[in-house]
Design a protein. Structure first.
Length: 288
């Protein structure tokens, strides 16, 4: 499956799609183009029934993702003057690409900052397992991106953190994925201090599922990807969606919803096949 991407690499093998941020010279930071291309690739994964698992990672081994590319997503008046004629960095880039510069307003900037949040939602609503393969720096928006995945496997030299406070910002957009991945007071402490957390500490805090040596990262991710890809895609989609949905429900509402989902799943083709295969002592053949 080949696509004309410039800032990501998208590959599919054995029912597993791997989306790699390909900006190692920028520590795999997120530009508008990067986010647009990731959105496109995630949509391909959603609609392609042959793909069972999505792995997110970064190229180069030094960084999973270091967050937003501040040189393109934010600008200062001082830098405007340096670019010349009051033109912002973003406007300068758009001009160089032959695009209109008239849309760079405060409202447009505000809307653009919602693109990362849209990525989080797309990952949660994907209907297929997602794995963050963390290799190196995993900071700011990149930290949020990893936390929006179902499973986080990190090399031992990885570092996580929310350094926004150090440049006078706050990690607003990643608050939700962090709160879904760790205790609230842990998330708040990381946001307030901006300190970096090792992979081992991340495991202790519960937001990293597994820590491995760098030379074992590929193997570890491949093993769990294969396991997830072998499961019933129907049960996986229904169960995974239920998990994320009840995170926002109360206890009574959750139990009623989960009871209904159990009935729906029990009537599915894959459930019937799974039970029959169990009784026949054979391996089930899931629907594609």
């Amino acid at each position: 499956m080949q696509q004309n991407y410039t800032e990501i690499i998208f590959e599919v093998s054995d029912k597993v799609a791997t989306l790699s941020i390909n900006r190692p010279f920028k520590r795999n930071s997120l530009s508008k183009t990067t986010i647009d291309e990731m959105t496109s690739a995630i949509e391909l994964v959603r609609v392609d029934r042959s793909i069972r698992v999505l792995v997110l990672t970064g190229v180069g081994g030094k960084a999973f993702c270091s967050g937003a590319d501040l040189s393109t997503m934010f600008h200062s008046e001082k830098h405007d003057r340096e670019v010349g004629q009051g033109q912002s960095t973003i406007e300068h880039k758009l001009t160089s690409q032959g695009n209109s510069t008239q849309s760079n307003s405060t409202v447009d900037d505000h809307a653009a900052r919602g693109a990362l949040a849209d990525l989080f939602i797309r990952l949660w609503e994907l209907g297929k397992p997602t794995i963050a393969k963390v290799n190196g720096y995993c900071l700011a928006g990149g930290f949020g991106l990893a936390m929006a995945c179902d499973i986080v496997i990190a090399s031992r030299d990885s570092q996580f953190g929310t350094p926004e406070i150090n440049v006078g910002l706050w990690p607003y957009m990643i608050t939700v994925p962090l709160l879904r991945s760790m205790a609230p007071k842990v998330a708040l402490e990381l946001m307030m201090t901006g300190r970096k957390v090792s992979a081992d500490e991340g495991f202790e805090l519960g937001f990293v599922n597994k820590v491995v040596e760098t030379d074992r990262l590929d193997e570890a991710v491949a093993t769990i990807s294969k396991q997830l890809a072998s499961c019933s895609p129907e049960a996986m989609a229904l169960g995974r969606s239920s998990f994320y949905n009840v995170l926002g429900f109360g206890c009574r509402e959750s139990l009623k919803y989960l009871q209904a989902m159990l009935s729906v799943t029990a009537m599915s083709g894959d459930a019937q096949e799974g039970i029959t295969a169990f009784m026949d002592k054979r391996k089930p053949s899931w629907q594609e």
